[in-house]
Design a protein around this ligand. Structure first.
Ligand SMILES: Nc1ncnc2c1ncn2[C@@H]1O[C@H](COP(=O)(O)OP(=O)(O)O)[C@@H](O)[C@H]1O
Ligand SMILES: [Mg+2]
Length: 318
């Protein structure tokens, strides 16, 4: 895996407040990295630091080898940023907006028309491209704003709460678009969100931040393994287990707990190594197994386990 972004001890103070506190983080090329945390955790500040928009108080970060504090112009050539409140010209059409920003970015003049068409197509806006943006729905505006961030073909895209305030259908369209940018175009995506369902669908790895401090980072499955030892498994038997089947399950090595929940056998195992043996024990005690499903921890469960009582947003704690 090739690192595209490396932060070392990255820190930003605002007066006495430490908004980002000694952040160590590596983001790899091609991944969707989810940056999760409650309001006020320091997500937006981190994005601004990583794009050379704010200067760190301490520490450093490089993006494709460029120092974000001293080589901001170079950094921003390779990044696209969707900010929390993206600016679009409402009286201009989508196509005119993109043309305007293409000129601002200094995109090569001769290639710009084709690039604009490609972006409009990818964002699902081609058939509405000549309407003033003021008449667009919120979801369409957000897709156009993502298109604007992408116009100069940056290898890494920062998306700050891209589905905040969208209705479920619009949010789903934006999520699908992000997946496509990652899977089909191979772009690296740094996604700030507190929508954990969306993050679960999109992210290869996540970092959880609170009060400026990174609490954990990794692939959700790896985080789950660190947080909880053992494994939950649900089994569907053709009938309620007989006494002999229960005895076989409970006597088996690696089984910590067994219970019947909604007609299914729920097991807590020490590890997945125990699964084949338990199945064999049930079968030899006369049980017939229809299905065996390991229960995965959702990102939401992982998030709240990491955040604990700190998971509440700053507003709620006041
Ligand atoms: N320009 C600023 N001046 C003073 N405080 C700021 C500024 N920007 C952010 N903060 C504070 O830094 C903390 C982190 O903010 P932010 O990075 O916006 O969090 P998030 O994006 O995770 O909601 C908050 O307490 C916020 O009030
Ligand atoms: Mg923010």
């Amino acid at each position: 895996m090739e690192p595209i972004l490396i932060a070392e001890g990255l820190t930003r103070h605002f007066g006495r407040l430490v908004a980002v506190d000694h952040l160590d983080l590596t983001v790899y090329r091609g991944e969707v990295f989810g940056f999760l945390g409650p309001n006020g955790a320091g997500k937006t500040t981190t994005i601004r630091l990583l794009n050379g928009i704010l200067r760190p108080t301490e520490g450093r970060a490089t993006l494709l080898g460029f120092d974000v504090a001293t080589q901001g112009d170079a950094v921003r050539r390779y990044t696209g940023v969707l900010t929390e409140n993206p600016s679009l010209y409402e009286h201009l059409t989508a196509r005119e907006n993109l043309r305007f920003y293409g000129d601002v970015y200094g995109y090569p003049e001769e290639k710009l028309p084709a690039r604009i068409e490609a972006v409009l197509e990818a964002m699902g806006l081609a058939d509405r491209a000549d309407e003033p943006v003021g008449a667009y729905s919120k979801g369409m505006k957000q897709r156009l704003a993502i298109g604007k961030a992408l116009l100069h073909e940056p290898p890494i895209l920062f998306l700050d709460e891209p589905t905040a305030g969208l209705d479920p259908a619009a949010a789903r369209a934006v999520t699908a678009m992000i997946a496509q940018l990652s899977h089909q175009e191979g772009r690296t995506i740094f996604l700030c969100t507190h929508n954990l369902t969306e993050a679960q669908r999109l992210c290869d790895r996540v970092g959880v931040i609170n009060r400026g401090v990174l609490q954990a980072v990794g692939a959700p499955a790896d985080l789950a393994r660190q947080l909880w030892s053992g494994l939950r498994v649900e089994m569907d038997l053709h009938s309620e287990p007989s006494g002999a089947v229960w005895a076989a399950i409970k006597a088996h090595r690696g089984v910590r707990q067994a219970s019947l929940v909604d007609g299914k056998v729920r097991l807590e195992l020490e590890s997945e190594e125990a699964i084949p043996g338990v199945i064999a024990a049930i079968v030899s005690a006369g049980g017939r197994i229809y299905s065996v499903m390991p229960e995965e921890h959702t990102l939401e469960e992982i998030y709240f386990e990491i955040q604990g009582a700190n998971g509440a947003s700053l507003e709620e704690r006041k």
